[in-house]
Design a protein around this ligand. Structure first.
Ligand SMILES: *Cc1c(COP(=O)(O)O)cnc(C)c1O
Length: 450
């Protein structure tokens, strides 16, 4: 690509580029950070200023930017073919990646349906669950149960099973009906002193009461990401699995954010020895290089779609770039890095170091709640710690903090007033120290009065 000076790029950015999840009126008044390259856990802007990528380029990057093995795998695949369809054809990278994913996944997930993004992986899971019951002649089973504050993507099916009012409410007239159970949110729960998993009881009752119409329960296992990094109490997921199994309801685990080592295990479901019927993967699937997603399914689910051609039981779904060879080749190389570098084994020390830093930040008068699962962190900032009272929305405290962090050399992205940390798994202990030092200083500055 030809080189353009910063002034031109800034002007064209403001004139033409509509950024996702962004109020463009405010954005156009700020100086945009234009990333020109990356190396390891760092991103560099046009002037060569360095920023630690504290949210792994939106929760996707695993092994660092410009990772040699991934770059090489991409180039090698490029020497073969950039794209060929999976509709009626196969290619080696997709075949082998499907096999490798089923070997890594919780037991029972033996089939892989590729797509492009987390949202499409969720759409596929929803449609598979729905059609599964149709194909088996149980047409009443058409409802989905979701959790409050759930986030499963931005396409309309995924939005239907979303529970974040700010993102989802406006589209309500376009969405299909769902059941909703209250998600655990211990920091703001009125049962925090007498917790007996009351939230779970509601879910169990709903599953029991609606088993005739319920196709599936969909959940972000262990940690609701976009809700603000809100963890579920130990045992919760296993109990959800128990309830769904007992009442003949499918369980969809959306591991788009939690998958590929973020929680300290390859998949979050492993912490509770849970095998869902369907599992959605995306973000980290290619190490954060290219869009690729997968929906894993059980053999029982797959069997329900088999039949004579004229029965029309096939799954009529597929995107043009589904299982793209370049992306699949990089995904395979990413899985190789997990093995060769013993990535999961190396996480414990990083998780512990992060905990140490977070314990210190927890003492700050505006840090209300610190939530950590592996290398996924949410720091909920509040105006009044004792009363757990949020800052006024108009102060945009979360945004102020990340602008301070940017000045100090780290890229973060908040969820409201919750500061998220989710560094690449490859981050070193020294780099973690740097990220936490910057984050803490940015919190001090961003929450200071005035
Ligand atoms: C990001 C995310 C999605 C959506 O993925 P996209 O690739 O952005 O479409 C779905 N589910 C969860 C849990 C996510 O964090």
């Amino acid at each position: 690509m030809a080189r353009y000076d910063r002034e031109t790029l800034v002007r064209w950015d403001r004139d033409h580029l509509w950024h996702p999840f962004t109020q463009m009126q405010a954005f156009r008044e700020e100086e945009p950070l234009i990333v020109s390259r990356g190396e390891g856990v760092y991103l560099y802007d046009l002037e060569g200023r360095r920023y630690l990528d504290g949210v792994a380029s939106l929760w996707a990057n695993l092994h660092g930017h410009r990772r040699r093995e991934l770059d090489e795998a991409l180039r090698a695949q490029l020497e073969q073919v950039a794209h060929s369809t999976l509709l009626g054809l196969a290619h080696p990278a997709a075949i082998v990646l499907a096999r490798r994913l089923t070997e890594l996944a919780p037991p029972g997930l033996t089939k892989v349906f590729f797509s492009d993004d987390g949202s499409t992986a969720v759409e596929v899971a929803l449609k598979l669950a729905f059609q599964y019951w149709r194909n088996r002649g149980q047409n009443d089973k058409r409802l989905f149960l979701k959790l409050s504050n759930a986030y499963h993507g931005d396409t309309l099916g995924a939005v239907s099973v979303g529970g974040i009012p700010l993102f989802h409410e406006i589209y309500r007239p376009l969405l299909f009906d769902t059941l909703e159970a209250p998600a655990p949110y211990c920091y703001r729960c009125r049962h925090r002193e007498d917790c007996d998993l009351q939230c779970l009881t509601v879910l169990e009752e709903q599953v029991a009461a609606h088993q005739q119409e319920l196709a599936a329960v969909i959940i972000e296992p262990l940690m609701q990401g976009a809700a603000g990094m809100i963890p579920q109490p130990p045992g919760y997921l296993a109990k959800v699995r128990e309830a769904t199994r007992r009442h003949g309801v499918l369980l969809i685990a959306d591991e788009v954010a939690t998958g590929f080592g973020r929680t300290g295990r390859m998949f979050a479901c492993e912490h509770e020895n849970v095998s869902p019927d369907l599992m959605c993967l995306a973000k980290g699937l290619t190490g954060g290089y290219l869009p690729l997603a997968a929906t894993l399914a059980s053999d029982d689910l797959y069997q329900a779609f088999l039949g004579d051609y004229t029965e029309f039981k096939a799954f009529f779904h597929g995107h043009t770039y589904t299982g793209n060879p370049l992306a699949a080749a990089v995904g395979l190389a990413s899985l190789d890095i997990f093995v060769r570098d013993r990535v999961l084994e190396g996480l414990a020390a990083k998780i512990e170091r992060l905990s140490t830093h977070l314990a210190e930040m927890a003492g700050h008068p505006h840090v209300g709640d610190v939530r950590q699962l592996g290398l996924m962190v949410g720091l909920e900032l509040v105006q009044d710690k004792a009363g757990r009272e949020p800052f006024p929305v108009a102060r945009r405290v979360g945004h102020r903090v990340i602008l301070e962090a940017r000045q100090l050399g780290a890229i973060l992205r908040p969820l409201g007033d919750t500061i998220v940390l989710m560094p690449p798994l490859s981050i070193t202990l020294a780099e973690l120290d740097e990220l936490c030092r910057i984050t803490f200083e940015a919190i001090r500055r961003g929450t200071a009065a005035g």
